[in-house]
Design a binder for this molecule. Sequence first.
Ligand code: DLL
Length: 435
Amino acid sequence: MIWNPNKECMSLDERRELQGRRLRKIVTYVYHNVPFYRHKLQEMDITPDDIRTIDDIVKLPFTTKKDLRDNYPFGLQAAPQSEIIRIHASSGTTGNPTIVGYTRKDIGVWTECMARCLTAYGVTRNDIFSVAYGYGLFTGGLGAHNGVEMVGASVVPASTGNTEKHVKLIRDLGITGIACTPSYALYLAETMDRMGVTKNDINLRVGAFGAEPWTEQMRTEIEERLGLKGYNIYGLSEVMGPSVSYECEMQHGSHINEDHFFPEIIDPVTLERLPNGQTGELVFTTLTKEGMPVLRYRTRDLCTLLDGECECGRTTVRMGRIQGRSDDMLIIRGINVFPSQVESVVLSMPEFAPRYMLIVDRVNNLDTLTVQVEIRQEYFTDVFDTPAAIDALEKKLSARLKSVLSIAAKVQLKAPNTIERSQGKSAHVIDKRNL
Ligand code: DLL
């Protein structure tokens, strides 16, 4: 089934024409409403009149996470505050999160895109569908929730945590669909095993998995253990949230809702646009967003765009799996974590030297994060003299990390000069998961 054949199955010419029109409109809109973009365009000697077709997109400047950080919290917002009806936030690279405001129309577009995804997965009004992405500032919970309601299925807003109760609900209510991170799906399977619930005791038949990288191997394992068919869903807060792209029944790449989010692949070093089929960094321009539109937003996700007809009948371009990142962002239990966030906490506490290490692992399908930090020489004797002082300092650091990262980290205090100093991007991270 296709939710919106008019848009999902448009002829390529028609879509290009629509994208060109929308691009010109959005550039005009940000030019007049966001000083940041106006200045950038003026610097490059571009006016909205220079945008005639979608191919003119290459004339536009890129937007980065740093631009969002520099304009925290509302600097890139284009709509007046009175038009914003919801605000979400995602991890920033340091202490401040990235703030994204949505107008009523934005929420409508998002909900429609989510309904397109769910329909592609075969979800209908006859399903009972559990949303087990986090509800709150994260876009996963509420984003998926609205889509399930739009399709008309019964939504169970389970959110994350309290997994045993969730398993009970899945069994007792005969829940047929679930949206969660792939690692949470495996954790759910593990919890079922512990509770003695088998896949024959439950009714799950479809899963919408995303928000973190996963592999075909994980898909097979989840499908096998939960007895469902698992589909990919991709998205990011800066562009919308879940539903930027989704797999159809062919499962050969994820269809991008490109009437709303125009994709490009660039070489992350030269910033040149690459032809479809080549792997590079994914860049999105929001073509219809009012709250916080972005021009050529660099996602840092590495992947490939796949041309060509899909047997499902949709004509939208597909993206392959995310193959990695062109920065050092980690996704731990579905939460984005930048080593620089840890650094900002460490630097804000005089007891610590700027030497730290993040150790990420996956134990029983649950991600774990350990942060090792070196104590400064001048504090070392004081702190390590008494176990109570070590304990107090660990607690203080844990609490600050939790508030900035939104996930709990195990803290290990280290003596001066014991954390190896090395050069290069991943110097602060040991990721033992095999993703
Ligand atoms: O993760 C939105 C989302 C929620 C997508 C629920 C899917 C389901 P952010 O927290 O801003 O938004 O994180 C966005 O997560 O740039 C990717 O690196 C990663 N990511 C999201 N979906 C996938 C996926 C949400 N299906 C960042 N596969 C993105 C691999 C994914 N990585």
